[in-house]
Design a protein around this ligand. Structure first.
Ligand code: JFZ
Length: 594
């Protein structure tokens, strides 16, 4: 029998867990579709599309020459800029084509710019006259057409709304106010109540279900002209009118699930770590977001794949932007890329939709990335670089796969043989990759046990022990890769350790890549379990980084620290220490068999 106190405690625990459980449940529900989707389309389309990156014969000015910034960059008046609306070719514009294109690319949502920084509403707003319908004289409401096309094709629709910057409104934010003087809080509040809030109300009332509101302020509100209450007012409006609509973090508030449902990273910024809450990277398919006739920086298809898969492997999504022309055309360069990705997703989508990552070390595998579908317990290996020796080395999975299959292009599967040795898995591949960008191997798992600490085995064998896979990382002083020097650990006398699984007994060699900045030799020790190898590192000089420029940098040389006979295969701890309290810059220890 339980005492009264114990049962009361149990009861309280039960209530608390119900509350927590419910809250977690409510949070996941709203963002469920978003975490399932993983891939969406961003569309930047507005008056700037008709300028095409040129104004009166002049290209975009200044450093960040995004085509959609042309009004600001090239100092165009509101009226002259408004004239661009006359260039739109209405009998060719068909938003449904954009939706069909997104669908064919395997995208699950579309976000369109309803009002960008230029302040022009693309829809038929009743708030002021500065809208595409009014400026162009066309009766068409492209946002309404988008909403209808999205409903027809079962596509989620989100609205980009520039709530902070609005170059058309005298009291909204404009970066030039750093020079001309800020608008007052009272003035900004007038903009907020008279333009932004009523426009948001229109967007959330007249266009059916809105899947997300995508705001665009990339600094926290404390550093901006916004007051928290103003942003809370926008949140309250959205929650009232569209309770299932998601809000992104560029509203200016942190991702806390109450105000903000998902985090938007910087433009074309990909995470370096696994992020638990929902997140996405907005990325451009070229350089500009809006259409530019001057565009030359089209991203390669493999780059786009790396971005998408890299994000999914870190629990995130990818919103890829296109900039249609003022006649509605999507540039051919964009179409070819979207279609290639779509074709791939049609066959291999099971490795992307609803997937997350395994939480292994970032860049754990040098051949590609891993994703994981928690519903089916399938692990997917994304091979970007097919190993020459036709052995795929996978590190960190300790439970046994039931079956390993290569997914073939024609829809079939080919079962592959493998050997598992502790956390190291070798999969035997056929000679040829199945896909030119990203070949997929599926591991069917009944249990998922991982070793997230073990150092990964490289392609062709061998273990590279670096800062990235060291244990007790937080105490290490690390110099990041700076374009010249590799990333390295600055160490004096700390014990740096790694966890290594030696796959077989026998002789292994240890090479240390380091720079000795001192004038004299220093002693280093590498220990594997009880055995210690001591060796000397001579002083290092510089190396020419770029020829003919007097451009030099520190040399990091590989030197053999010694040989070690491993009696028994299995886990060992590898330790590194500098002998005599002098600084050493350690890049890597390389352990391999002859
Ligand atoms: C903003 C806009 O200025 C741009 O025109 C486009 O709409 C893009 C999606 O968002 O640009 C940004 C926003 C954030 C960063 C950089 C550019 N950032 O955080 O690095």
């Amino acid at each position: 029998m339980l005492s009264t106190k114990a049962s009361l405690n149990l009861f309280l625990c039960f209530i608390v867990s119900l509350l927590i459980g419910n809250r977690a449940h409510a949070q996941t529900q709203r963002t469920d579709w978003f975490e399932e989707a993983r891939f969406g389309m961003f569309i930047h389309w507005g008056l700037y599309s008709a300028a095409e990156g040129l104004w009166k014969g002049e290209k975009l000015r200044y450093l960040n020459n995004y085509a959609e910034w042309i009004r600001y960059r090239n100092r165009i008046s509101k009226e002259e800029y408004g004239e661009l609306a006359k260039r739109f070719v209405w009998d060719e514009i068909d938003p449904e084509e954009w939706v069909i294109q997104a669908k064919e690319a395997g995208m699950k949502y579309i976000i369109i710019t309803t009002k960008h920084h230029d302040g022009v509403a693309l829809w038929d707003t009743k708030v002021g006259n500065y809208s595409l319908p009014k400026l162009s004289g066309s009766k068409r409401d492209v946002i309404k057409e988008m909403a209808e096309a999205c409903r027809k094709h079962d596509m989620k629709l989100g609205f980009y709304y520039s709530h902070w910057i609005d170059w058309a409104h005298p009291y909204a934010w404009d970066h030039n106010q750093e020079l001309t003087g800020h608008v007052s809080d009272k003035e900004f509040e007038k903009y907020w109540q008279e333009k932004a809030i009523p426009q948001l109300r229109e967007l959330l009332t007249n266009y059916g279900d809105i899947a997300m509101m995508w705001f665009d302020m990339w600094i926290p509100y404390q550093e901006s002209i916004f007051k928290k209450e103003q942003l809370e007012q926008a949140v309250a409006l959205i929650r009232e009118l569209q309770p299932r609509c998601l809000i992104n973090s560029r509203l200016g508030l942190p991702t806390d699930a109450e105000y903000v449902d998902f985090q938007t990273l910087g433009d074309n910024v990909f995470s370096a770590d696994y992020i638990e809450h929902p997140w996405e990277t907005p990325g451009t398919i070229a350089h500009s977001w809006g259409y530019s006739g001057q565009e030359t920086e089209w991203k390669s298809i493999s780059q786009l794949f790396e971005s998408l898969i890299g994000n999914v492997s870190l629990n995130g999504g990818y919103t890829l932007n296109i900039g249609p022309r003022a006649n509605g055309d999507i540039p051919y360069e964009s179409i070819t890329r979207l279609n290639e990705i779509g074709k791939w997703l049609e066959r291999y989508g099971e490795s992307v939709y609803g997937n997350t990552g395994l939480g292994l070390k970032v860049d754990q595998h040098d051949w590609g990335k891993t994703t994981y579908d928690p519903k089916t317990k399938n692990i997917y290996l994304h091979i970007f670089n097919w190993p020459l020796d036709n052995i795929l080395r996978v590190s960190g999975i300790t439970s046994a796969p039931k079956k390993i299959e290569l997914l073939l292009n024609d829809g079939n599967m080919k079962e592959l043989t493998f050997v598992q040795n502790g956390p190291l898995l070798h999969i035997f591949l056929p000679k040829l990759a199945t896909d030119p960008y990203n070949s997929i191997i599926r591991l069917s798992m009944s249990e998922l046990d991982l070793d997230k600490e073990v150092a990964a085995e490289s392609t062709f064998g061998g273990f590279a022990l670096r800062n990235e896979n060291a244990l007790h990382k937080e105490n290490l002083t690390v110099q990041k890769y700076d374009g010249k020097n590799p990333s390295f650990i600055i160490t004096k006398n700390e014990k740096i350790t790694w966890k290594v699984y030696f796959p077989e007994k026998g002789e292994y060699f240890l090479d240390v890549s380091a720079h000795n900045p001192n004038k004299e030799n220093i002693e280093i020790e590498v220990s594997i379990d009880e055995k210690t190898i001591k060796s000397q590192v001579e002083p290092d000089g510089k190396v020419v980084a770029e020829p003919n420029e007097n451009n030099y940098t520190e040399e990091f040389r590989d030197r053999r620290a010694g040989l070690l006979y491993i009696q028994k295969l299995g886990y060992k701890t590898v330790r590194f220490k500098v002998g005599d309290n002098k600084e050493l810059w350690l890049n890597r220890i390389w352990i391999a068999k002859e």
